[in-house]
Design a protein around this ligand. Structure first.
Ligand code: ADP
Length: 595
């Protein structure tokens, strides 16, 4: 229910006028079907077939003006009323269906946009705790499923109950006016019986649908993982294993969908059996009580519309329950608390950033119970080049990740230029920081566009200068369109070293006072590493630089080295100092034996 209110406020309210139109047209169509047809049978048919009983038809007593019309005109009018009712019903249904679809499409767009925007602002930890394929499935498949449901919900969940209400109203009126109160009570029992499967199936459908949507997410993840790792799949001959894995996930999805379909499709036959029972009962009872054919027909029409609209409303309710599964998964994204919130009164640097970094007794754990950084307390003055070394898993990357506030310190504070990063506008903090990681992340687009991502306002001259500094220009001549060569997704078309140079050029363009190099050359061969090291050294000049090092050659220019061990800093000094005083550093250095 909470989800429903949330989605109503967030998605339906902005389209209120369209929603009201949908309601109105739905009501007109509902009234024309639920009450229009039975009343026509009751009042208009006797005008046409008058004379059997010799009475004046009721319609003529109700509207005396009609009595002055000739028999032919009355016949014409009576005959015209049938298409007239169906014309009103048809136009209203058409308008209703079109507007419901427009509403659905608009809602889907808003929904997709909002989920996507939400994903952009959620902490990195959220992304890491979920699989990419699953998040994709939520953005695309779940929103699509919700749209389908909202369309049905707004259409049938509103129109059909109104039709049922009008039909029941007509039914009561017709029974009471022909003295058949008992029939009404008996049919109330049938209506009650018909409502039970709607409720029961609805509950089950919601559970099964959530499982099916989840299965779709798993399928997405499997496909995405497989496509992203095609090289590994082939290199390790994992094709058969991947196929088996995909078959398993696909089979699970199929089983869940079959279970869902069984319940979805059960409602209509159950409802039809109840309708047939109610109509037979009406037939027997009508015969016993001597109902006239007109009365019987009118009551049967009202009864038919009651059950028919209940059946349709029930089917819509099932669809709605199916959407509940997708809604729950979307709500998880939309209602996920932002563990890295913006400060309410953010501070600003108020001028050029010097780049001083301070860790005040910082402890941090991805899981608060399991700290991976403990009591880190140090200051890095502006412009200092600092190397971070230590065994794998000792916390170097984590330490560097706290500066852009990818994660929040569990205890203590991280400061840049004396301001706690939690109090700074995250955007401003990150504008003053460049990050070059192990894998250069390039986007589909030209090399120029990829460099410009560092600073969108950069001029072409600045981009060329950055490309020059990062030695991108060296390999541009081998590219078909130079700097305007289109790259594939992830920078396909360039070698690892070339991609890394584009990423370095991006950092040059950004010209941020703080630079984090996280094993920036780790994935390169020795020769590319040596070449790129020069560009990185140039980039580090004049900036506060943190170099997460896997090889000692990458920190040859570091003025200071921090040695990490089990989340603590066990050594802090120059190479010479540490080699003499820090056993871990000496061991690591000797083992690598570089330089
Ligand atoms: P290093 O960079 O020194 O190799 P990391 O900072 O990457 O070490 O990792 C420190 C510890 O934190 C390791 O035990 C690692 O398993 C854990 N860790 C790193 N990243 C995550 C993450 N995203 N979620 C949970 N644990 C993580």
């Amino acid at each position: 229910m909470k989800n429903l209110i949330y989605f109503w406020k967030r998605f339906l309210l902005p389209h209120l006028s369209l929603f009201v139109l949908v309601l109105c047209t739905g009501m007109i169509a509902a009234a024309a079907s639920g009450a229009g047809v039975p009343f026509m049978v009751k009042y208009v048919f006797p005008v046409v077939f008058r004379g059997e009983a010799g009475d004046t038809p009721e319609l003529l007593s109700l509207i005396p003006a009609l009595q002055s019309l000739s028999a032919d005109s009355l016949l014409l009018l009576a005959c015209a009323s049938m298409p007239a009712i169906f014309l009103v019903r048809g136009v209203a249904m058409w308008g209703n269906a079109v507007m419901v679809n427009i509403l659905g499409i608009r809602i889907l767009e808003t929904l997709r946009m909002q989920v996507f925007c939400r994903v952009q602002e959620l902490p990195i930890a959220f992304m890491e705790s979920r699989r990419k394929g699953d998040i994709m499935s939520r953005i695309l498949a779940d929103t699509g499923s919700v749209q389908g449901i909202l369309t049905t919900v707004s259409n049938d969940l509103i129109k059909q109950p109104i039709t049922a209400a009008c039909a029941i109203g007509a039914f009561i009126y017709l029974l009471v006016s022909s003295g058949q109160g008992v029939l009404f009570l008996v049919n109330l029992v049938f209506i009650g019986i018909a409502a039970c499967p709607i409720y029961e199936f609805g509950k089950r459908i919601s559970q099964k649908a959530q499982r099916a949507q989840q299965g779709l997410g798993e399928l997405n993840t499997a496909v995405q993982q497989n496509l992203e790792n095609q090289r590994e799949v082939r290199a390790y001959a994992m094709e058969e294993r991947e196929i088996q894995e995909f078959r398993k996930v696909s089979w699970r999805l199929r089983t869940n969908i079959v279970k869902l379909v069984k319940y979805q499709k059960a409602l209509v036959p159950v409802m039809e059996i109840v309708t047939a029972l109610a109509l037979s009962f009406l037939l027997v009872r009508g015969r016993m009580c001597g109902l006239t054919l007109t009365d019987f027909m009118a009551i049967a029409a009202a009864l038919f519309f009651t059950f028919d609209s209940m059946k349709r409303a029930g089917t819509a309710w099932n669809r709605f329950n199916e959407a509940q599964g997708a809604l729950k998964r979307l709500a998880e994204v939309m209602l996920e608390p932002n563990t890295i919130p913006e400060s309410e009164n953010p501070k600003t640097f108020g001028g050029p950033v010097k780049g001083e970094i301070r860790f005040r007794k910082v402890s941090f754990g991805y899981d608060p119970e399991k700290l991976v950084l403990r009591d880190v307390d140090l200051t890095i003055p502006p412009g200092q080049i600092v190397g971070l070394v230590g065994p794998s898993g000792s916390g170097k990357t984590t330490f560097a990740s706290l500066i852009p506030r990818f994660y929040e310190a569990t205890k203590g504070a991280v400061e840049v230029d004396g301001i706690d990063v939690r109090e700074l506008r995250t955007h401003e903090l990150r504008e003053n920081l460049s990050l070059v990681g192990q894998q250069a992340l390039l986007f589909a687009g030209t090399i120029r566009e990829n460099i410009r991502l560092g600073r969108m306002a950069a001029s072409d001259e600045e981009i060329m200068a950055a490309a020059d500094s990062a030695a991108v220009t060296k390999f541009l001549s081998s590219q078909p369109q130079g700097i305007d060569t289109e790259l594939g997704q992830g920078g396909a078309g360039l070698s690892g070293g070339q991609r890394q140079r584009v990423a370095i050029a991006r950092a040059f363009v950004k010209d941020a006072p703080i630079l984090i190099l996280d094993e920036a050359t780790a994935s390169l061969d020795a020769e590319s590493e040596r070449e790129i090291q020069e560009e990185l050294d140039k980039l580090a000049q004049g900036r506060t630089t943190l170099i997460v090092a896997h090889r000692f050659s990458t920190i040859r220019n570091a003025q200071r080295i921090l040695v990490f061990d089990y989340g603590r800093i066990v050594g802090d000094g120059t190479h010479e100092e540490l080699y003499a005083s820090c056993p871990l550093y000496k061991e690591l250095y000797d083992r690598q034996g570089i330089d």
